[in-house]
Each structure stands twice: as C-alpha cells, then as structure tokens.
Design a protein around this ligand. Structure first.
Ligand code: HEM
Length: 560
C-alpha cells in the first residue's frame, strides 16, 4: 500500500499524524495505569517512530532522487549527471557540464532541469515566449513577508506587483534620490582617503557593503543610518545576515527539499523550523518591526497630504494608495468564467515584502560590483587614469549632477565590463508553464530552466578573448556588435532586474567621489598580489574566496 502510494503527499502526511495520535493516545492510557512502564514505552515508541520515519525518508529520497527519474533524451536533449561539485559550488558544476557536454543539456536530480547557454534558445525563453516562461522556479519558503517579494512571486501577482513598482524606478524618481546617495558617497571617499593617509590597506568589501547598506537605508526608507568607517549599525548588521548563506551540509538537505517542496513548506510554515528558512528569523523580526512602523507613518503622511519624503518607500506607499481606487477588469477565460476585477495595489504585507526585497536585491549585488570594479581598476592602472580624467573633465563641481553622471560614458563602459566578468548573480532560472517545441528540442511543462549568465557572457562566440578586461567593447563604435542577449548581468526580457538604472547610478556616484580623491593599486601586501587573480565561488551570489584588500594613495588634487 505504502509502496504504491508513496508519491501521494497527503497519504504520507496522514501516516505521520496517524502514528503520532496513536502514540499519544496509547501512552496516555498506559500512564494512567503504570507511570514507570509508560516512560519506558514512550522511549521505545519514540525510537520506533523515528526509525520508521527515517527509513521512509531514505526510501523516498532514493526513489525520487536516484532511480525512476524521467530522462531528457526523449525530449531531444542530452541527459547528463551532475557531479558532486554541485553541492560545493553549483555554478562551477554547471560550467563543467556545459564545457564537457555542449550548450544545452538536461539534468534530472531533484526534478527536470534544462541548462542552456544557447542564445537563440534563451531569446525565446526569456523574451519572445515570455508568457510560457514568466515564472521562476518556486523555492522561496519562509515565514517572512519577503516571500511576496517581486523576485520570488509568480503568475498574476508578479504582473500586478511589477506594474505597481515600475514607476518608482522612473528617471524622474531616480533624479530625486541622487542627493540621498551623494552624502554617503562622500563619506565612503573620506574613509578610504583616511586609509591612504594612514598607509592602511582597504578592506574593500567591508566598505562597499557599508556604502550600499547606508544608501538603501537613506534612499529607500529615509532612515538616517551612519555606519561608514565605524562598527556596523543594526540596519547594516541585519542587512548582511538577512539571507542565509548555506553550508555544504545544508546544501545537501536543500537538494533533498527541492524534490519535496511540500515537505519543506510544511516544516518551515507549519512547524516553524528555523534552519530551513532561507531568511534569518532575527533579521526578519528586525525589518518587520522597523518597516511596519515606517510604513504606517508614511501611509498617514500620504493620506493627510503632508510634505512627502522623496524615497522609494514613499513612492511605493503612494502607488499603493493610488492603486486602491484603480480597478483593472480582466476578461473571462475558459478557466475563469467571470470577468475579474483586480485592484492595481499592494496589501500591507506585500508592501513590507517589497521593501525587504529592495534591501535584499539591492545591497549585496551593488556592493559586490563596486568591489570588483575597484579591484579591476587597481589591476589596470591605464584604465583607472582614463576614468579619472573623464571625471575631471565632465564633473564641474563638488557634487555631480544627474546629467553629468549620465555623461560619464567611459565609467559606464568600465562598469559594464566589470559586470560581464563578475556578474553578482551568475545563475538565474525560469519555469515552463506549458510544453514548448524548439526544433528537435522539447521543453516539457513544469521543467525548470537554469540560465548560466556568466557562461553566456564569457563565451568566446559572444565576446572575443572573453577573460580580458576591455571596457572598449562597450564603446559607441563597438557596442552595436553586442546582441542584448549576450550581455545579461541584469537578466533579460520582462523579468529583467527592475533596479538596473538605480544600481548604475549608485555605482557611478560612489566611484566619482572615491576616484577623485584616491588611486587604487596592487602590490606585494595586497590581496591578491599583482601576479594573481581573485578566485571566486558561488553561494547564491558571486563571492570572493579571500577578502580583497587594496592599497590606496591620495591624489591631493584640489577640487574644481
Ligand atoms: C549591480 C547590481 C545588480 C545586479 C547585477 C542585479 C541583477 C539582477 C538579476 C540577474 C536579476 C534576475 C533577472 C532575470 O531573471 O532575468 C535581478 C532581478 C531583480 N532585481 Fe536586481 N540587480 C542589481 C541591483 C538591484 C537593485 C539596486 C535593486 C532594487 C533596488 C534590484 C531589484 C531587483 C528585483 C526587484 C528583481 C526581480 C525582478 C522581477 O522578478 O520582476 N536589483 N537583478
């Protein structure tokens, strides 16, 4: 009976609860008659119960992960096996597979996954046939409101929330947050200049993280945090620990849970098992409390028409309130017979979820890019000088205007080339809502698609001599040779990063202030030394194996 129905999750749950209630009932009866015997029985029954559950789990894991899998061969795709490397560094395992087996392969461990760096196929999946692949693979199991974050939601909710959020990232809105970023960029330049004066190496990621955390606190939520060059404050601390980096052992557990999403949900949501939740519970409590308070103040401010702050939270609150009166009619479909009336707004929990997501999506990605950019400039002195001279030529006062920042074309080329070589999110995914045919290949409904953005951007067919740092690839003369699908550090298609322009802005403001005051170098004391490259690995995001430490010298140049 069990063997026949093992795939039925309801049945599995019923067995666990039946045994649990039976155990509870029988022990109660025994305890009434003989308390000592009851203790002994309790231990034995508990042991037996765990032994049965353990064997059941092993059996399920074996049948689901090792044997009886569907095979990609029948869909016209080469079936390959993931190496054990996948548990240590998934991105490197994907690279190994693609290098050894070709541009498009299928794996079946933990589900059906197509891995592809074929740009023609990707154009279809991420762009032309977006409606069939609009969703990401569902795996954000958390008790945090972050589960409603744009990155993690799918279907109509994604469409509604993306529509509500998009205007907050318009040019007008971005212009109004520049001054918020300015202040923090000046502080970043000061703390790095201080290191130069003292002859200290710069722990670059430490400072770039403090910079992006403070920028988010100020420009997104109007919070006046002040941690640059000091000990991390609460906001920065919880920002850093919000998303849990998984250990090797947890990677194995998560791989199993990937197959049994329902069990994962049950453990996190119902039994509140903290170690499987992907958001740190302490960080969740902290941000929940903080953001609830700020959101409530902002809602009052919006309703009473007081002076509104110019930050992203206020834009979201305004969009939420305005959307409550805008109703969109959706026509009936063969599945939904009635015309639907949908409000283009957000619930309060969704609003908090988006706020948390802005912290999560905007903090580490931007800090990582700034770190790699400064490292690459230290390694390529000629390019650093060219950037410096462009800044001196274009920026005419202490604080660059939005228009001047847009004019810094070479700096933008440097940033794009940094992102090509070191994309902070090297791997993204989609899920097939329906079966699609592309030539000889079939992508069945429900299959996940893993997209190694780094491999697309380091493919010599897309970029000649791909390991070379060459910002001129993005110059006006050359940029037209790049097909947008070949340069994808922010993804591609309607699900592309919503914060791309904000990220470029934040990076440019930071770099203008810092590079005017100091010059970065590599030497025998730095990490890495000039003769070595940084080594990186993938932990949900690109990380360096050893923290980068750069040498800095003051430029001693008078401000214009
Ligand atoms: C250098 C910095 C950044 C990089 C490299 C980056 C990269 C990405 C990538 C690769 C995706 C997935 C795209 C896809 O699946 O096609 C993404 C999605 C997203 N990013 Fe960014 N990002 C950065 C900064 C930011 C910032 C500053 C914010 C917000 C303030 C942000 C908010 C988001 C959101 C909300 C999504 C989900 C979009 C959706 O699903 O509709 N990102 N980002």
């Amino acid at each position: 009976m069990l063997l026949v129905q093992y795939q039925n999750r309801t049945f599995f749950c019923i067995i666990i609860f039946e045994v649990y209630w039976w155990r509870k009932g029988s022990l109660r009866q025994t305890a009434e008659v003989n308390p000592a015997l009851s203790m002994e029985l309790s231990t034995n029954v508990t042991f037996l119960l765990f032994a049965v559950l353990f064997l059941l789990v092993i059996f399920l894991v074996y049948t689901q992960l090792v044997s009886g899998q569907e095979n990609w061969t029948k869909y016209g795709v080469k079936q390959v096996t993931m190496s054990k490397q996948a548990l240590i560094d998934f991105s490197k395992a994907v690279k190994e597979i693609i290098t050894n087996h070709g541009d498009t392969v299928g794996v079946t461990r933990g589900g059906m996954f197509l891995i592809t760096r074929d740009t023609e196929l990707l154009k279809n999946i991420m762009g032309k046939d977006f409606n069939s692949f609009a969703d990401r693979i569902e795996f954000m199991t958390t008790v945090s409101p972050m589960e409603h974050g744009l990155f993690f939601i799918n279907g109509q909710d994604w469409k509604r929330i993306r529509q509500v959020m998009s205007p907050s990232f318009s040019t007008g809105k971005l212009k109004s947050v520049v001054w918020n970023i300015e202040d923090t960029a000046k502080k970043l330049a000061s703390v790095i200049e201080e290191c130069a004066r003292k002859g200290q190496l710069v722990p670059i990621k430490h400072f770039t993280s403090q910079y992006t955390s403070e920028v988010i606190a100020r420009s997104a939520f109007g919070l006046k945090t002040d941690c640059l060059g000091k000990e991390d404050d609460e906001f920065t601390h919880f920002t850093k620990v919000m998303f849990k980096v998984r250990s090797k052992a947890m990677n194995v557990v998560m791989l199993i849970m990937f197959r049994f999403k329902w069990l994962h949900r049950l453990l996190v949501k119902t039994f509140k098992i903290g170690i499987l939740d992907q958001v740190s519970l302490e960080a969740d409590h902290y941000f929940n409390k903080l953001l609830m308070q700020v959101v409530q103040e902002r809602q009052k401010c919006e309703l009473h028409g007081k002076d509104k702050p110019t930050d992203f939270l206020q834009y979201l609150v305004s969009a939420k309130v305005a959307g409550e009166t805008q109703v969109e009619e959706r026509p009936a479909t063969p599945v939904v017979f009635k015309r639907l009336k949908l409000q283009r707004t957000l619930s309060e929990r969704e609003l908090i979820g988006q706020s948390m997501l802005i912290i999560f999506a905007g903090f580490e990605t931007t800090a990582t890019t700034l770190q790699f950019c400064l490292y690459l400039l230290a390694k390529h002195q000629d390019i650093q000088e060219k950037v410096y001279h462009e800044i001196q030529r274009v920026v005419t006062s202490d604080s660059p205007t939005y228009e001047e920042l847009m004019e810094l074309k070479y700096l933008e080329q440097v940033l794009s080339e940094t992102l090509r070589l070191y994309p902070p999110i090297p791997l993204v995914n989609r899920m097939a809502r329906e079966t699609k045919h592309y030539g000889n290949i079939v992508i069945p409904k429900g299959a996940g698609i893993l997209i190694p953005l780094d491999l697309v951007m380091k493919d010599p067919r897309n970029f000649e001599d791909p390991e070379r740092f060459d910002p001129d690839r993005f110059s006006d003369e050359n940029v037209h040779q790049i097909d947008p699908i070949q340069f994808t550090p922010f993804g591609y298609g309607p699900r592309k990063c919503i914060g791309m322009r904000l990220a470029y802005l934040e990076l440019k403001v930071g770099l203008v202030h810092v590079l005017r005051r100091v010059k970065f170098e590599l030497n025998a004391r730095t990490e890495p030394t000039p003769d070595r490259d940084v080594s990186t690995s993938f932990q949900g995001i690109l990380v360096v194996d050893k923290p980068i430490q750069l040498s800095v010298v003051c430029r001693h140049v008078q401000m214009k």
